[in-house]
Write a protein that binds this ligand. Structure first.
Ligand code: NAP
Length: 307
């Protein structure tokens, strides 16, 4: 299937282009970006022109930041294209619901991707937790924003999510591996005095069986990142590290379940299946937790941030 990539920036170049190139399902035949291009691929800087001129491109993958994404997704669906959304699927829950309804009306597939759910050890973690009684779960997601988002001011602008941009990856794993749903009961959000989104956050969640569930996010962690989830259960301690890439149970390293390797190859494999079967996938639960944190979170002013 022919596919167009929109927003040729960091994640498009790092992950989407190689994953599409390696896939037997896809051929990248158009890009839309104001500045970026992919060698050998026809480049547009006008999205409507691409949609009008390239009817054979049935699928559009949107790699823009969340705020501009809705308008591109809306136009793609209205033009009868299947749409794949980078995470988070939108800047608000309402616009995601609107896209889902629009896709249904136009009978196209829409896929809200969560790349961290495709990390190697996430399925094994989910399988292990299925029949355990959870006592405590601790998410620790700490990294250096200057290393992972160098100069990307949109992350600190309203709708850019701030430290929840990586934090939502943890929430996408949490909502995948836990057998019981949790909901947020409180948060503390640290906003730099010169920015519109938080640079650190701590969150607490209600768990139906009374387990203590917490999340600690920090964007000023120097050196190597920590992307870990520890789950203490009645049958041992599960530790998911490296954003889902490493798993141990009571200190013993675990193997991945068999299957295709790589987060983005798995996303594109799933998109191909959705298009072929006429399906859609729009799980908004990670974004709902972030919205709840912004609704309920106590705001604390933090020192000004400069790149
Ligand atoms: P980015 O490089 O800052 O932006 C991607 C591209 O979007 C830019 O190159 C730009 O292309 C276009 N763009 C930016 N603002 C726009 C606007 N207002 N209107 C239209 N186009 C605009 O961002 P990124 O790091 O790739 O992240 C994009 C998405 O991927 C985010 O939702 C992020 O959470 C997700 N993601 C990022 C990473 C990562 O490591 N960075 C990892 C996983 C997922 P032009 O200027 O050429 O139009």
């Amino acid at each position: 299937m022919e596919i167009a990539l929109v927003g040729i920036g960091k994640i498009a170049v790092d992950q989407h282009v190689p994953a599409i190139a390696a896939s037997p399902d896809w051929e990248l035949t158009a890009t839309v970006s104001r500045h970026g291009t992919v060698p050998g691929v026809m480049a547009y800087d006008d999205f409507d022109q691409m949609l009008a001129e390239r009817s054979e491109v049935r699928v559009v993958s949107l790699c823009l930041p969340p705020v501009p994404r809705f308008d591109y997704a809306r136009r793609a669906i209205a033009a009868g294209r299947h749409v794949m959304l980078e995470k988070p699927p939108g800047a608000t829950l309402s616009e995601c619901h609107a896209l889902e309804a629009l896709a249904r009306r136009h009978r196209v597939s829409i896929y809200a991707t969560w790349h961290s759910r495709q990390a190697d050890k996430v399925p094994a973690a989910k399988a292990w937790l299925k029949d355990k009684r959870l006592e405590r779960l601790t998410i620790t997601w700490r990294e250096d924003v200057r290393q992972w988002h160098p100069g990307q001011d949109w992350v600190f602008e309203a709708g850019g999510l701030g430290v929840f941009d990586p934090g939502i990856n943890a929430l996408s794993i949490l909502t995948e591996i836990l057998p019981d749903p949790v909901h947020l009961t409180g948060a503390e959000l640290h906003f730099p005095e010169n920015r519109e989104t938080p640079i650190a956050a701590s969150c607490r969640f209600h768990h139906p069986q009374g387990a203590e569930v917490t999340m600690d996010l920090d964007w000023l962690e120097p050196g190597a990142p920590t992307w870990s989830i520890e789950a203490v259960t009645d049958a041992g301690v599960l530790l998911l590290e490296q954003g889902g890439g490493a798993l141990s149970i009571d200190g013993v390293a675990q193997e991945a379940l068999p299957g295709l390797s790589g987060e983005y190859p798995r996303l594109y494999d799933q998109m191909a299946k959705l298009v072929k079967t006429g399906g859609s996938e729009m799980d908004l639960s990670p974004l709902r937790h972030v919205a709840d944190a912004f609704l309920l979170g106590r705001r604390v002013t933090a020192p000004a941030f400069a790149w």
